[in-house]
Design a protein around this ligand. Structure first.
Ligand code: LLP
Length: 441
């Protein structure tokens, strides 16, 4: 049988699309996208939209690629899930079940990790401005290590610590990896960590305390870094600081958001780190990495309903979400792809501005998106939105934070319920209960 040109084009398009959709994606004969064996039309009906959908099988597989991949190259190693990329109880629990430890960036993430049942010994706390309350919370919980950022923090730890404590010192490696300015953290002007000379002083001071042991150093050069070499370079840069039992080289591996991007693979990334570690670090040192985005991004998509289509200067397809649940785009100008998820059999004949419903012209989800002809009620899927989307969702224009649902083997389970208007009003009940007609006397 010979396929028609249209069918061939469709299959080419789809094969490209399936490289950025969650691993467990498919399409029904009617052209409806499925994830984890569940039709997105059914998910929209059951849970509403906007909805974050996570492919649980693909997520677990990706986590294993990091854990097993590093283990096989450098057995004395640990992979920490950078939980800021998806700080939800289900993700903490899944990461722990797949052999990952957890990095938290503050008291809130620490609470979520503990609530998920993560062993405190496997939690590391980050932050350039930790409060006394957060340090106390971490000390009380008995977490595995605190990543110390500055001398003020050292002074407070020296006072607060009552039991043996392990720490790492965050070092600025002086590596400017190519990425968006908002995502670069390894250059000399970074607000995170200490330059090498100050880090050496910090390590000596920490080790002078009878209860504190500095196990080594931490670095993180940035996020959405598409090349592997900067990761190896950073290891080489910090090696001269000295020989330590632990080197935590952070996260930052980029992901493929668009058809055009070609990030390094997990294997290439791990090869770069381990090659450099073999050349520069003590053979018995422990190596830690902290991937966030690259573990969860591809496993997640965001599902929207089209609320309006209008043809003015351009064709505007407006969905029922926007930068309130997809803030990353406005912050980093990262380009994404989008599809009409109930019309995968139809040609992508339209070029549209895919926009959200928030009152910002910058609420542009995809500029000049090639879409199937779209009408009110259609479902839009934005692939590769598993990382930093739910994380940064907010209540701009009174938006309700979306639900998060995990799908696998034809079933779905809710991991975060959608916010309600009652949630929105709750923190302001104190105001509702007062009279605001004049200043109090
Ligand atoms: N470790 C540390 C100390 C970090 O600061 C970060 C991310 C990670 C690990 C994980 O990096 P990843 O593997 O996810 O690239 N909101 C921004 C991303 C900020 C990343 C912050 N730090 C965005 O949406 O692009």
């Amino acid at each position: 049988m010979t396929l028609s040109t249209a069918a061939v084009n469709r299959d080419l398009r789809l094969s490209e699309l399936f490289e950025i959709l969650p691993e467990e994606s498919g399409v029904t004969d009617e052209g409806v996208l499925t994830i984890g064996g569940v039709r997105v039309t059914d998910l929209a009906q059951q849970y509403g939209t906007p909805l974050h959908i996570m492919d649980e099988v693909g997520l677990r597989r990706q986590m294993r690629r990091f854990v097993d991949g590093l283990q096989s190259r450098w057995p004395n190693s640990e992979v920490l899930f950078a939980s800021k990329s998806l700080p939800i109880v289900a993700a903490y629990a899944i990461a722990a079940a797949e052999g990952m430890s957890i990095d938290v960036a503050g008291g809130g993430e620490l609470q979520l990790a503990l609530a998920a049942g993560v062993d405190p010994q496997r939690i590391h706390l980050h932050g350039n401005a930790k409060s006394d309350a957060e340090l106390t919370m971490a000390l009380d919980a008995g977490i595995g290590a605190i990543i110390v950022d500055n001398f003020d923090e050292i002074a407070r730890l020296e006072e607060l610590v009552t039991q043996p404590l392990h720490v790492l010192v965050r070092v600025i490696p002086g590596v400017d990896a190519r990425t968006h300015a908002s995502q670069a953290t390894g250059g000399n002007n970074s607000k995170f960590g200490l330059p090498i000379d100050q880090a050496t002083e910090a390590i000596a001071r920490l080790n002078a305390h009878p209860l504190i042991t500095c196990d080594g150093i931490h670095l993180h050069i940035g996020s959405q870094i598409l090349e592997a070499e900067p990761f190896g370079e950073a290891v080489a840069k910090v090696a001269p600081i000295g020989e330590f039992p632990v080197y935590d080289v952070g996260g930052g591996l980029g992901v493929r958001y668009t058809y055009a991007e070609q990030p390094a693979t997990v294997d290439e990334y791990l090869d770069a780190i381990v090659r450099s570690a073999k050349a520069h670090l003590p053979a018995d040192a422990k190596i830690l990495i902290e991937p966030g985005r690259s573990t969860v991004a591809r496993a997640g998509v965001t599902l929207y309903t089209v609320n309006t289509v209008k043809h003015t200067g351009k064709t505007f397809v407006a969905v029922d979400g926007g930068l309130a649940d997809q803030l990353d785009i406005a912050l980093t100008s990262q380009r994404y792809e989008a599809i009409v998820a109930n019309k995968l059999n139809e040609p992508w004949s339209e070029t549209a501005q895919l926009v959200g419903r928030q009152c910002e012209s910058g609420d542009l989800l995809v500029e000049d998106a090639p879409l199937a002809e779209t009408e009110r009620g259609d479902l839009i899927v934005m692939p590769v939105t598993g990382a930093y989307a739910y994380t940064m969702s907010n209540n701009y224009n009174g938006a309700l934070k979306p639900a998060v649902v995990f799908v696998s083997n034809g079933t779905s389970r809710l991991a975060v319920r959608r916010e309600t208007y009652a949630d929105l009003l709750e923190t302001q009940q104190v105001a509702i209960d007062q009279d605001w007609t004049a200043v109090p006397n």
